[in-house]
Design a protein around this ligand. Sequence first.
Ligand code: MV4
Length: 449
Amino acid sequence: MLVANRGEIAVRVIRACRELGLRTVAIYSEADEHALHVQLADEAYPVGPAPARRSYLHIPSIMNVVTQSGADMVHPGYGFLAENAAFSSVCRLWGVQFVGPQPEAIERMGVKAQAKETMSQASVPVVPGSDGVVRDLAEAEAVAARIGYPLLVKASAGGGGRGIRIVQEPSELATALERAASEAQSSFGDGSLYIERYLVDPRHIEIQVIADRHGRVAALGERESSLQRRRQKLLEEAPSTALDEDLRLRMEEAARQAALAVSYENAGTIEFLLDQSGEFYFMEMNTRIQVEHGVTELVTGVDIVKEQLLVAMGEHLNVPSDYMQPDGHAIECRINAEDPSQDFRPSPGTIERFDPPGGFGVRADFGVQTGSQVTSYYDSMIGKLMTWGRTRPEAIARMRRALLETRVEGVKTTIPLHLAILDDPDFCAGNIDINFLERRLAAGLIDKA
Ligand code: MV4
């Protein structure tokens, strides 16, 4: 198995491979020569200089290592080439098994407007709005009359928050469309737009699915991913305080239908927006393993990465049910080398000392050790702290204890932010939505000192 990634997810994949008796091949840039994932792998090969586009994103260098090492499988992790259809295709051409979905599925889910169309055909609930792109003002006004205001004008080629414009009332519609079209044309080379009802303060709920090559799709429950800042998740949990068993089953069924609609294979996540009236709508589908997969593992007992590997080798899923229900509660805090008192500015440097926490119900998935270099070439996340408890209060108390026990010297981290979140009454009551964290930060959750 060639692990085409670095950091904590490379370590995570190498561990799953070892447990299955698969030999592991790591790749590393010049900046990662002494990294933990390199030390844990059976073999390691350099792929180029520190910049990602010349190393972890450089497909020719990676395929050279496939040839040199004789690897017959490639796991892309997340980020980098994980959702790059071309990389998945090159692996197929090279005759190596890509641990993920087919290129066609990656393509179809990659274009947000097309993904929404596919979901709508599969009777997966989508946000009320235009049926595909809006061609002129008259059509836009007709949609607006049907769905009401406020509404969003979204660029078809946009995604991840880019190319979205809110329209509060009819008088703003014409100008918003013109500006959105020209911005989309210049940013994405495609000025086409679609319209959606604007959901006010929704939750971001995602359903984990895993599908084998024998027609079976299992839903592994939901993750609450609403705690984000500028589209970067910081804290996730499973299950969500907003779901009861009935809503969970309905969302799991919608997610399974989404996966079946594109003949999905391997692990994937269907992201939904859940509004305050309990309606949920498809937002997008991620065709990769996600950072936060561990909280689902903790409440289901399913090793998702191992299932990925087994499915990629043609095995049947080992998941006990197609509609998993959670056992207990799990929380994940992303530990980023960023300074919360300096507007989360990256805090690169040498980790002079790293001591992870331990004890019952504590899981520390890190890609660093004492002495590791944290550089600004790559994402600032150095690892994830997860805790499991029989109840959410127990998981919260355990996480607070684990955060206080974690020592990371030499760089600033998001640990103080997490401690402040865990002490927030609304968070403890489970009253959160996608704007919760930014509201709290604006109100001084973290003192600027
Ligand atoms: C929305 C929305 C509210 N209503 N669509 C942001 C990125 C893109 N993938 C979709 N996003 C949103 N679409 C409607 N109709 C709110 C957001 C949104 C958001 C969604 C999930 C998690 C964090 C978010 C942060 C800002 C906006």
